[in-house]
Design a protein around this ligand. Structure first.
Ligand SMILES: Nc1ncnc2c1ncn2[C@@H]1O[C@H](COP(=O)(O)OP(=O)(O)OP(=O)(O)O)[C@@H](O)[C@H]1O
Ligand SMILES: [Mg+2]
Ligand SMILES: [Zn+2]
Length: 374
């Protein structure tokens, strides 16, 4: 069975960053704004924040890291940047060592709990201090400055709301320096999807999907739609059989973009609408006058405003209602994307759908799932 990342239930919110102020403890003159002093729940038994390995870094990445360190005030006093681990559409993600780990409560880190207990017992036995600690790793998500402030705030707020959620990577904290915002998350050790999807057995697929659905159900329970479910946003460790959902950059609260849509109309009402449409009336009139039935036509110059709906997501994973610009989308769009991941495991093809635009994507879906000839 999949391991869910259980977070202990606290009856009252746990205060965070109240123990030690780095400015007092080590004289750091920190002019960086903390965007959201958020409390976080433990990441459960995820592991990954403690590790001995230190990887090799390419020259170009080292230069990028140096530029980032130089541009973001005081970041080097808090974190030691190690490597670039992700470059997405909206951000660059770095692996870093948390240098001030000891100065804060770290409820997000169950590895920490384990090690602290070990240290306490060994220190009582050997009268040694607990200073011999392994480095603690975090993932620093540098959100591109081209993202709108509202979008950045939305991502941080939703992550904060989801801090109790199973299998969701919690936000530790966030900082701003000028127009640059960084989100700090526990580093979660995982394997690239392309390395394992072909080899997964049915049982392994079941465990993966269980873990993914656990994450999704806690997100949906909180009334949030992720909107970008895909393998790169679900960090999974096949050896530990655990995964966490990341990247709430496109997520939204259910109902935010919701408007009435014809697909919500009951079938008899929809049929009545079709029967009383301009085209149906024209066809009827022609039929009764014994004239040939006109073919449907389209206005040359359509004055109506084009239909607007949230299309956020990744190609190949968008649900049909997203492709069709349905204005009444709900959390089911995420379930569709999970289905595409399952299809990838079953078919051993990734990406399964790969069309350039929404029309082609829809035709691909019709070819596979369609029941009538179009
Ligand atoms: N907590 C984490 N631990 C380890 N790696 C992470 C973590 N968070 C993100 N990453 C890595 O960074 C990548 C990009 O992160 P994320 O999806 O949050 O950014 P993004 O810019 O929105 O990406 P994209 O546009 O590709 O979806 C992830 O696919 C993953 O490889
Ligand atoms: Mg992503
Ligand atoms: Zn609709």
């Amino acid at each position: 069975m999949a391991t869910t990342l259980r977070r202990p239930h606290y009856p009252v919110p746990v205060p965070v960053h109240e123990d030690l102020d780095p400015r007092r403890s080590d004289g750091v003159d920190d002019e960086t704004d903390e965007v959201d002093d958020v409390g976080v729940r433990p990441l459960g038994d995820s592991g990954g924040t403690v590790s001995d390995e230190e990887e090799e870094v390419e020259d170009a990445v080292a230069e990028d890291i140096a530029r980032f360190e130089a541009s973001f005030r005081n970041i080097t006093q808090r974190y030691r940047l190690i490597n670039r681990i992700g470059e997405g559409t909206f951000s660059t993600v770095y692996k870093a060592e948390d240098l001030l780990y000891d100065h804060y409560q770290n409820e997000w880190d169950l590895d920490g709990d384990k090690e602290n207990i070990d240290n306490i017992s060994s220190s009582t036995l050997k009268q040694t201090s607990s200073r011999v600690q392994k480095p603690r790793y975090v993932a620093i998500k540098k959100i591109y400055i081209t993202s709108s402030p509202l979008r950045i705030l939305n991502e941080l707020e939703l992550l904060h709301d989801l801090r109790n959620s199973l299998n969701v990577c919690p936000l530790i904290t966030a900082f701003r320096h000028h127009d640059q915002v960084i989100a700090v998350l526990p580093y979660f050790q995982h394997q690239d999807f392309r390395e394992y999807y072909r080899d997964f057995t049915v049982d392994e697929t079941r465990v993966y999907m269980h873990s993914l659905f656990t994450a999704l159900s806690s997100v949906h329970e909180a009334g949030i739609i992720h909107r970008d479910i895909k393998p790169t946003n679900f960090l999974y460790s096949p050896s530990k059989q655990r995964g966490v959902l990341v990247d709430f950059g496109l997520a939204e609260r259910e109902g935010t973009d919701y408007h009435h849509c014809t697909c919500c109309v009951e079938i008899p009402d929809r049929q009545r609408k079709i029967q009383t449409s301009v085209y149906a009336t024209t066809v009827n009139a022609a039929f009764q006058a014994g004239q040939p039935v006109p073919k449907p036509t389209y206005p040359n110059n359509d004055q109506r405003s084009s239909r607007r709906a949230n299309r956020a997501g990744t190609r190949g994973f968008r649900a049909p209602e997203v492709l069709l610009k349905c204005t009444a989308q709900n959390s089911l769009i995420d379930v569709w994307s999970c289905g595409i991941i399952l299809l990838t495991f079953i078919s051993k093809r990734f990406p399964f759908f790969h069309s350039a635009d929404d029309i082609d994507a829809f035709i691909e879906l019709c070819c596979i799932f369609g029941k009538k000839r179009m």
